[in-house]
Design a protein around this ligand. Structure first.
Ligand SMILES: Cc1cc2nc3c(=O)[nH]c(=O)nc-3n(C[C@H](O)[C@H](O)[C@H](O)COP(=O)(O)OP(=O)(O)OC[C@H]3O[C@@H](n4cnc5c(N)ncnc54)[C@H](O)[C@@H]3O)c2cc1C
Length: 396
């Protein structure tokens, strides 16, 4: 739908293309629903017994799951992930979690996302493309704060014509239910630059950050130390306070961003340590991350601010790419890049991309960085042409 709309008046007649929400959700379930059953089968096939229920520690080497008591002789691995952070505002109970958003039987006419992180941005794009009026309410002045601010600014500007209102410096104070008939069901009361404002909507969705899901585990009973970032672990992902315990994924304070590939990698590091000599160190290298908006926004490596803070001697290239063929031929006007290359060594230290294909192209930079490729060597690559990859030669 997005691609066709962008190409209107560029040779494509989009006609009556629209999104059928229930059908889209059915399609989504065809990806998510088979996962649990197939994982169970794989585990059973490998001779692994599973227990359903909430796990909690009852000793340094003991876990209860419902009525079952499990005693560990060698190790316990915590991999409980993350959950939405508690919203300490009046009416927080009216807010839908992000997990539930993609289970909605129908899309309401207007949606407010609380918090300006990647979950709000991605869902806002889905909801807006499907026809909802969307507002993102963000407390700070910078949404998507882990991404390059110049590219984020371009993305936000691109969202306004889509009907997504991004309100910055707006702190949510309360979520009130509106009883009037024919009116949106809720109103979100905010404090914007010291002034009280209210935004009406049929649905309010939590996009205000996630925290390690540790509360139910009773870590104290297991002698396991944690911080707001998760279970405190050493570089081998072993608990710093209970050597029987290991942690991986979003619940572990391992030092890498909470992402699926990181969780999988940390699981492999823990497994290698349990089966091997315990000397495998988590080496994250260049971890790419993407905001799956349309167009996508991506990053890998150092930000400009981090490079400056470290006092690194870098050349920063930052350019708009809307006029480059790869974006122009698709009708996409939000397209830009920023790269950081170390002077002297020629090492690529960071890449930040916005535009069509950024979600794939960022992996090329991640590969180059992981392999220690210099900018010159990267430039010499012969990419298929015309592709987004072939543009990377002009980015470093
Ligand atoms: C809306 C959304 C979009 C995302 N998009 C991306 C993306 O595009 N790319 C990406 O890389 N990452 C994305 N992520 C992040 C990604 O989902 C996580 O990084 C990843 O799932 C972490 O894996 P994990 O195994 O650590 O935890 P999880 O996948 O969260 O699994 C933890 C499991 O433990 C269970 N559990 C918790 N406590 C207990 C307990 N006490 N007892 C028993 N079980 C318990 C939980 O119910 C859960 O099933 C997204 C997350 C969200 C919410």
């Amino acid at each position: 739908v997005n691609a066709a709309r962008l190409m209107q008046e560029r040779g494509v007649r989009a006609g009556g293309l629209s999104i059928d929400w229930p059908e889209l959700m059915r399609f989504k379930r065809s990806f998510t629903e088979p996962v649990s059953a197939s994982r169970r089968e794989q585990l059973a096939g490998a001779g692994i017994e599973t227990f359903d229920g909430v796990a909690r520690f009852t000793g340094r080497a003991q876990v209860h799951v419902g009525d079952a008591v499990l005693d560990a002789t060698r190790a316990i691995v915590i991999a409980t992930g993350a959950r939405p952070a508690s919203l300490h505002v009046e009416g927080a109970g009216h807010v839908l979690t992000s997990d539930r958003f993609l289970e909605l039987p129908a899309l309401p006419a207007s949606v407010i996302f609380v918090g300006g992180g990647y979950i709000s941005f991605e869902f806002a794009h889905v909801a807006a493309r499907a026809g909802a009026r969307v507002t993102i309410v963000h407390r700070g002045q910078r949404p998507l704060e882990h991404f390059d601010p110049d590219l984020v600014e371009r993305l936000v500007a691109r969202m306004r014509p889509l009907g997504i209102d991004v309100r910055l410096g707006a702190e949510v104070r309360a979520i009130e239910r509106v009883e009037a008939v024919n009116a949106p069901a809720y109103q979100v009361v905010c404090l914007e630059s010291g002034r009280r404002s209210s935004v009406p909507a049929d649905l309010v969705v939590h996009g205000a950050g996630r925290v390690p899901d540790l509360d139910e585990l009773d870590l104290r009973a297991g002698g396991i130390e944690s911080s707001r970032a998760g279970v405190l672990v050493d570089s081998h992902l072993r608990s710093v306070s209970n050597p029987m315990v290991w942690a991986a994924g979003d619940c572990a304070a391992g030092g890498a961003p909470p992402l699926t590939p990181v969780a999988g990698y940390e699981g492999r590091v823990v497994a290698a340590n349990l089966l091997g000599g315990g000397s495998t160190v988590a080496d994250y290298g260049a971890v790419p991350s993407v905001v799956f908006t349309l167009p996508p926004l991506a990053r890998v490596g150092l930000s400009e601010a981090a490079a400056r803070e470290k006092g690194l001697d870098v050349t920063i290239k930052h350019q708009d790419m809307a006029g480059w063929f790869a974006s122009r031929r698709l009708g996409e006007t939000a397209s830009a890049f920023k790269t950081l290359v170390e002077n002297g060594t020629g090492r690529i230290l960071g890449a930040h991309l916005l535009g069509p294909g950024a979600d794939e192209t960022i992996n090329l930079f991640a590969l180059a960085m992981r392999c220690g490729m210099t900018a010159d060597a990267f430039k010499q690559m012969l990419w298929a042409y015309p592709t987004q990859a072939s543009d990377t030669a002009y980015m470093v």
